[in-house]
Write a protein that binds this ligand. Sequence first.
Ligand SMILES: C[S@@+](CC[C@H](N)C(=O)[O-])C[C@H]1O[C@@H](n2cnc3c(N)ncnc32)[C@H](O)[C@@H]1O
Length: 351
Amino acid sequence: MPNILKKIGLKGLSHALELAGRSDDFRRKINEFVSEDFFYNEKYYRNLIDSIDPERGDRFFTSLRRKLYSSPYWNYGPARLNKLWSTVFSRVSPYLTDFKSFCEVGCGKHNPVGSSLVMYLNGADDCYFMDMDAMDWPRATEALNDLTAAILRDPPAWLFLPQNQDIFEKRLGELKFYDSIAKQDDSILRHESFHFSNNRVEEAGIPADSVDFLTSQAVLEYFRPFDAVMKVIHDTMSPGAVSYHMIDFRDHRHFRRHMPFGFFHYLTEDLEGRGLIELLEMGVTMNMLRYSEMEKMLRDVGFEILEFTPVERQEVPAEVLGRLKGRYASLPLSDLEILRAWCVIRKPAKP
Ligand SMILES: C[S@@+](CC[C@H](N)C(=O)[O-])C[C@H]1O[C@@H](n2cnc3c(N)ncnc32)[C@H](O)[C@@H]1O
């Protein structure tokens, strides 16, 4: 049983089910019950149920997911998306006043259109979004439908560029009658403003110099080679364009199974020179770069770094420090202890 399941246990699942069956004071109770940990547990429950009975698991998961939308930590629902975009705009607003085109790199399979819809309403005429993973369209259209309902319930909460209020209201008015959302199919992808690609960003064919505002959440740590992919992103951005990224340096294997040195595990392994297949066989999907290494590469690619702010640090255990391998041994402690960071970077405007 995964470690995290042990922590909350099946008792937690049955408690959630019990709560999901009641409608009256459901919201209050589920909010008391749901913690940030639950986001991770949800994935394990899903895997667990899928391994028993995929068809039943799917029905169960979807209905539970919809009920959990009141949780601010649910990853694909409107509450999480609104919190995410409020945070992003509070961080980019000193550098970004307006944009006509938007790109989300690594949009994920469950709600791939969500962020692009929000940016379209806020004035983006072109929204590029892509992911190399296979999409889960049934859930994606559900998530889009729920998001639209949430926006229509409280439009001002979704206006992030007040100067674009007229565009926002006009587009929102049209959206009410928009077929794709009402019918829960994927016809939104044929809307002239939405450009989806089921591909890596490197192969998504985004025109050069075309994107004014580009974002990603927990994606940069996968790019390999990092500088080559960032160069492609740099080329797709228009001169002066701004980009926001949340980066997760934690060893991702520890989310799925216990690793002896937890989120720091890869620092203790000798992985330099190993091939991609070998790394994948070891469960390593990340590029394993650290904060200072990414910062240098971003500068070398040609980005101006406007912000690069750690949001989560953890003291590196002494047993890890005694086992640091390869180049990690020469990185400062202040770098190794950073678990997550966000950055705002800019492609310099043409002189
Ligand atoms: C941890 S998930 C984050 C998904 C989503 N951004 C979210 O916050 O829920 C990382 C995603 O990045 C995608 N990804 C990794 N490298 C990519 C690349 N080169 N181009 C496009 N997507 C990529 C993966 O397929 C995966 O869906």
